[in-house]
Design a protein around this ligand. Structure first.
Ligand code: ADP
Ligand code: MG
Length: 428
């Protein structure tokens, strides 16, 4: 047997492994690691050439990642890189079986694939990480019997040292990509959101100015209609019975129209009319609200339960409107012949007062819990329960202006509770 002309001692083998280990410490990318294997180690071992292959993402192919010798004419380039299928040729077999191969004469091995030119000896060791074959280090030599068992041992050690580093580098790269991807996604989302917010603000402003203009400007023609209707009413005697009836409808309609326009105007003014926030004592406020609603409270014999209501921090006029709307609803949406019972409680939580206004009225089907806060949304007929459908949308707007939220808990026939938050007074 032709003994290899490049015999290296056991000490040299150990030295090579040692040097490799030291250099490997400083490598962080897959590229750096595979080129370290191909260039320094293989050169030190006196091999003429070498190719480091890594298995691709699909797990089916081996890709030439680094080379030494003829396949590497300059810098970190590979001359005519080829792709080898796992299972094909000697390298492919090693990638499939995970067992290193030492071939003394490739003429006698029909698996041999000629890359650039035929060589007689070949050594191929798998790079394995946790039972998974991730690549192959392969070296060929023009002479037969060029490699020995010691080469195989050293190369296998190099391969296992590399494998850990390669997997770590890959994990690091994946993490970096993932992070970059996430950052990109966040950036895109932020941009989208900024755009959406801008367009929402724009449409909100449009809506506000539309509501203001509409309600304000329509008051004038409505006044004209009303004054002519009043003139007609004064000349009642000249009217036929049916004309009187029609006139009655027209007067009712225009009164309703006026209420709607007033409500809309009030709604569109919520933001602009708001002065500075002040301390608002809810016990004191309830006295005012009850005075405002005294007629309907008396007519319906409504009773109230509340105790030690807190002081909140907000716009007094708006909070007054809020309570008045919710309490008038609680009295209004009542079953016939039932005495309205309204209970108000408050609970402090995270800088807010959470207030609940509970009634024993008609209740609201859960399908409508969100809808009732929309402008002009009403669930009951105007014949039985008068209204414009603006009250709750106004309440929502007021609460939003106070950075709070409002929701409803209710079941049909079991009463309704409106729950909302208002900023707590700093000293309460
Ligand atoms: N306390 C309540 N109990 C039952 N239904 C209610 C109550 N409050 C509001 N609703 C329902 O929500 C609708 C919207 O309320 P709101 O905006 O105040 O309008 P309006 O009082 O002018 O009808 C009401 O028409 C009614 O159907
Ligand atoms: Mg109402």
């Amino acid at each position: 047997m032709n003994i290899s002309h490049r015999l290296i001692s056991r000490e040299q083998h150990l030295q090579i492994i040692n040097d490799f280990g030291l250099q490997l410490l400083h490598k962080t990318t897959i590229d750096e690691i595979v080129w370290l294997v191909a260039k320094s180690v293989i050169a030190q071992m006196g091999f003429i050439d070498c190719v480091v292959y890594l298995v691709d993402e699909s797990g089916n192919n081996l890709i030439q990642k680094a080379a030494h010798g003829l396949k590497n004419p300059i810098d970190k380039t590979i001359l005519d890189p080829i792709l080898i299928k796992v299972g094909e040729g000697i390298v492919g077999t090693v990638a499939k079986t995970g067992v290193a191969e030492l071939i003394h004469d490739t003429n006698k091995d029909d698996r041999y694939i000629i890359d650039d030119s035929q060589r007689l000896s070949e050594i191929a060791v798998p790079i394995i990480y946790e039972n998974k074959i991730i690549g192959v280090i392969d070296s060929e030599h023009p002479d037969a019997n060029a490699f020995n068992k010691e080469d195989l041992t050293t190369l296998s050690t190099i391969a296992s040292m590399s494998s850990i580093k390669i997997v770590h580098a890959k994990t690091l790269m994946d993490l970096k990509n993932h992070k970059a991807n996430l950052e990109k996604q966040i950036e895109e989302r932020t941009q989208e959101l900024t755009k959406t917010i801008a367009s929402l603000e724009k449409s909100n402003q449009d809506l506000e100015s539309f509501a203001y203009a509409a309600s304000h400007d329509m008051q004038e023609p409505l006044r004209t209609v009303v004054s002519y209707l009043q003139l007609l009413e004064h000349n009642e005697k000249t009217l036929s019975k049916s004309s009187k009836e029609f006139l009655g409808f027209a007067v009712d309609g225009s009164k309703r129209m006026k209420k709607l326009l007033d409500g809309l105007l009030e709604y569109s003014r919520v933001k602009s009319s708001s002065g500075t926030f002040k301390l608002v004592n809810l016990e004191d406020l309830m006295i005012l609200v009850k005075a405002d609603l005294q007629v309907s409270i008396r007519e319906n014999n409504a009773i109230f339960t509340y105790e030690n209501l807190p002081t909140v921090f907000g716009n007094k006029t708006q909070i007054h409107q809020l309570f008045q709307n919710l309490i008038s609803n609680a009295i209004k949406f009542q079953k016939p012949n039932q005495q309205p019972h309204i209970e108000i409680t408050a609970q402090e939580k995270d800088g807010y007062q959470r207030i609940r206004i509970k009634d024993n009225g008609l209740g609201i089907d859960s399908d409508f819990h969100d809808k009732i806060f929309g402008l002009f949304k009403r669930l009951n007929s105007n014949k039985d329960y008068k209204g414009s459908g603006i009250g709750l949308s106004l309440c929502k707007r007021i609460i939003e202006y106070h950075n709070g939220n409002i929701s409803v808990e209710s079941k049909i026939n079991e009463g309704t509770t409106f729950i909302f938050t208002l900023p707590k007074a700093k000293d309460s």
